[in-house]
Design a protein around this ligand. Structure first.
Ligand code: EPZ
Length: 447
């Protein structure tokens, strides 16, 4: 995806129609790592078209995994792993690929995994992953940016352990749960993450024959088995994409239908929208209907691990609250640097002050279009949301972030009637240059 592409949005228009929600990015990435546990064929359905999925596919290919994509179906065969060393430049671009250290260690007894490093939203350490693997008997040394892990002893097999996570880390829960599926004996993970994507990964592993109980609660127990078998699995809908489209409907005062969704994954998001005055109706078990609100009312938000309000929805909600009546306080407790979109929203006329991990949002009657830059995936989404409501033209850079986490977002918005164009080529020329392209990212993993 060319980084110099920009999005032009002419805001202030109501949208309407039905939007199809894609498979969950954070499930797809974890499940792709989980497929390493299986020495056979796995067929995954409802895989979103995302740059991050493409990158994860490249990491798996480098390990000797065979992948083939047909539309939203991904066929994976990890029977012949030819390497335990993930490529440095790929892992540093995709934090989720680090989670593969669990399955690789479980399958091969050895793994060399580059540290994912920090990103725009924080330092993103992996100490909980490493300490958990050490508790399971792995020797782990970090040198030259590489996490070198191996399982000593003739069996080279990880041992079940009791693990307590200081933080209910999604990634650490997933890494350790995957590693434990093939370990000797029982592993208990206390203070585990409860996100729906953790449950989705657990269900995928169970479909391959893993013995996992308690996924979705803060205590997960895994009974190790010797081998996992082939399976076919369908990924859950992306609750963050769905939440983002609910916010799009709310901020543009539109009447939108979204499906498929899992409303039970969106309880804190729907509750907050209702606090703000937005009507969200469950039209069917997998369909949500968002209706125009008379008024948007300020409210406070604190991000928390699931089932609290999701940190990935914080930026889009900040955009929505920037035009609500009254003052809102947003406290970001999960990541240490995830409020950078506030300054870009202020370029659009918002009135937001940031002190530490708290943003004070004073609602304004209207935003006005301007050139802005996305600083991370959900920040870029927040700018799209704001641009759809702003008066005049907004130009957004940083689409490489957007394409990592949203499956053809601008294309889906165009289908709802949004005045939005993706333009390749020069970034901020007043006249549009280059060709107008749809948002079809390039194909996913090679064979
Ligand atoms: C996952 O990241 C998601 N990514 C993130 O989504 C999401 O924001 C995050 O969970 C929280 O829900 C994927 O699933 C691929 P964490 P992850 O470990 O696992 C600290 C998006 O926009 N921590 O739950 O990396 C960490 O620094 C992305 O889709 C440690 O200190 O998040 C953070 O402050 C962004 N040590 C907190 O825990 C560790 O070993 C929560 O992070 C691990 C984490």
């Amino acid at each position: 995806m060319a980084d110099s592409s920009v999005l032009h949005i002419w805001g202030g228009h109501r949208l309407q129609g039905h939007v199809k929600i894609s498979g969950a990015k954070n499930s797809a990435l974890a499940i792709m790592a989980g497929s390493l546990l299986c020495s056979g064929d796995c067929r995954i359905h409802n895989v979103p078209l995302l740059v991050d999925v493409e990158r994860m596919g490249q990491v798996l290919s480098a390990l000797g995994v065979r992948l083939q994509r047909h539309g939203d179906i991904l066929d994976i065969n990890a029977s012949d792993l030819t390497s335990s060393k993930a490529p440095y430049e790929l892992v540093t671009q995709l934090r989720a690929s680090f989670f593969a250290i669990g399955p690789i260690l479980a399958r091969l007894g050895v793994a060399q995994m580059p540290l994912p490093g920090g990103c725009a939203i924080g330092a993103r350490p992996v100490d909980l992953h490493v300490r958990g693997l050490q508790a399971m008997g792995a020797e782990v040394q970090v040198e030259h940016g590489i996490c070198n892990a191996y399982v000593p002893g003739s069996s080279r097999r990880l041992q079940g352990a009791k693990i307590y996570l200081d933080i209910p880390s999604v990634g650490a829960t997933e890494t350790l749960m995957m590693a434990a599926t093939l370990a000797e004996g029982e592993t208990i993970i206390e203070n585990a993450a409860r996100e729906p994507e953790v449950v989705d990964l657990a269900n995928f592993c169970i479909a391959m024959g893993a013995k996992i109980h308690g996924a979705g609660t803060s205590k997960i127990s895994i009974q190790g088995v010797s081998k996992l078998h082939s399976t076919e699995y369908t990924i859950i809908p992306d609750r963050i994409e769905a939440g983002t489209f609910l916010v799009v409907g709310a901020i543009t005062r539109s009447d939108l239908m979204l499906s498929p969704v899992a409303p039970e994954h969106l309880v804190p998001v729907i509750a907050k929208l209702r606090d703000i005055g937005v009507t969200v109706i469950e039209e069917a078990p997998d369909c949500l209907h968002v209706l125009p609100a008379e008024r948007l009312i300020a409210t406070d938000i604190e991000t928390l691990p699931h089932p609290g309000f999701p940190t990935d929805m914080q930026a889009p909600f900040m955009a929505l609250l920037s035009i609500a009546e009254g003052d809102s306080v947003i406290n970001e407790t999960v990541f240490e640097n995830r409020l950078r979109h506030a300054s870009e929203l202020n370029r659009l006329g918002a009135d937001i002050r940031v002190k530490g991990n708290t943003a004070f949002v004073r609602g304004v009657p209207m935003l006005s279009g301007a050139p802005v830059i996305g600083t991370d995936l959900r920040a870029a989404a927040a700018l799209v949301v704001a641009g759809l409501a702003a008066n005049g033209k907004t130009t957004i850079q940083g689409l490489h972030y957007l394409d990592r986490g949203y499956d053809r977002l601008d294309f889906k918005l165009q289908q709802l009637g949004a005045k939005i164009q993706r333009v390749k080529g020069s970034v901020l020329d007043s006249q549009e240059t280059g060709s107008i392209t749809n948002s079809e990212p390039s194909i996913v993993p090679k064979k």
